[in-house]
Design a protein around this ligand. Structure first.
Ligand SMILES: [Zn+2]
Length: 289
């Protein structure tokens, strides 16, 4: 009996190893794409992300290990719209031949200054487009698992539809006149366009350096003039400045908004759905009456 049990265990272990070996090896450029690939591919894919949780995909400096990851990949998933400026050199260095899918294919880009705004995932409708693009690429790379990918995509798209309704319902609770925040992020253009919250850049503040006392006076005047209920100023790290803005303008200081990366498992936003939920909670609690 005991021996039978052992044989059974060995068999399971062997099958598991075989499965791991024929899992499709997919590399995603950053954490949000990695989460989409996991949601579509599930157990049938091994996903590696180049820019991991809490990383900055805009200014990433690839390591030699990244070239090896790409060389081993069967599929590479990128955002496009100019987000991964560091990628062409890395691709060349890797010598990888894997097909590349641009997850924003078919999405009409907004503008950020004179360039395309790459942050298209911040609208859930766009996220659905990412997911179907990823599904089609996984099906092409691994036709044997097509049915699994299609089923998992259907289930995930239903979750995204529910998430989109959740965001719209939450924003309905905010009085129309209060649907505006000051934010140093330039990452919420698609969110603003989809859901009707205005993200207003603080006047005269460089995103490169710490705000000066004069910048702060300018922000306070701007908040009062435009009756802005809340500020999300993540690039101002001095809490005394934040308290001064709040005390003198009457605006609420919002919490963290996640834009370009997920957190690790212990954080507030380990998945895309968690990230959107976290952001909408931060926005509604800052903007509520
Ligand atoms: Zn960004």
């Amino acid at each position: 009996m005991r021996r039978l049990w052992l044989i059974g265990l060995l068999l399971v272990a062997t099958i598991e190893t075989a499965r791991a070996q024929d899992r499709l090896n997919v590399v995603a450029s950053f954490s949000i794409l990695g989460d989409f690939v996991k949601s579509v591919g599930g157990e049938r894919v091994d996903v590696t992300t180049l820019v991991g949780p809490d990383g900055d995909v805009h200014v990433y400096a690839p390591a030699p290990a990244d070239a090896r990851k790409i060389a081993d990949a069967k599929l590479l998933v990128i955002n496009g719209l100019g987000l991964e400026g560091w990628l062409p050199r890395l691709l060349q260095a890797s010598g990888g031949k894997a097909p590349i899918v641009t997850a924003t294919n078919g999405i009409a880009p907004l503008k950020l200054g004179s360039d395309a705004d790459p942050h298209a995932w911040q609208s859930v409708a766009n996220a659905k487009k990412y997911v179907t693009n990823i599904r089609d690429a996984l099906v092409a790379a691994d036709p044997a698992d097509a049915e699994v990918f299609r089923k998992q995509t259907e289930a995930y798209l239903a979750k995204l539809d529910a998430l989109d309704r959740e965001v719209r319902d939450a924003i309905k609770q905010i009085p129309q006149a209060r649907r505006k925040v000051i934010s140093t992020h330039d990452a919420f253009g698609y969110f603003a366009a989809a859901y009707g919250i205005a993200f207003i850049a603080p006047l005269g503040v460089s995103t490169e350096s710490e705000a000066s006392a004069r910048d702060i006076a300018g922000i306070i005047a701007q908040i009062k003039a435009a009756k802005i209920p809340a500020v999300f100023l993540e690039k101002i790290s001095d809490p005394r400045l934040m308290r001064r803005i709040s005390a003198e303008s009457g605006a609420r200081i919002g919490g963290t908004l996640y834009s370009d990366s997920l957190t690790d498992e212990k954080g507030d936003a380990p998945t895309y759905i968690d990230m959107v939920r976290h952001n909408i909670k931060a926005l509604t609690s800052a903007l509520a009456n």
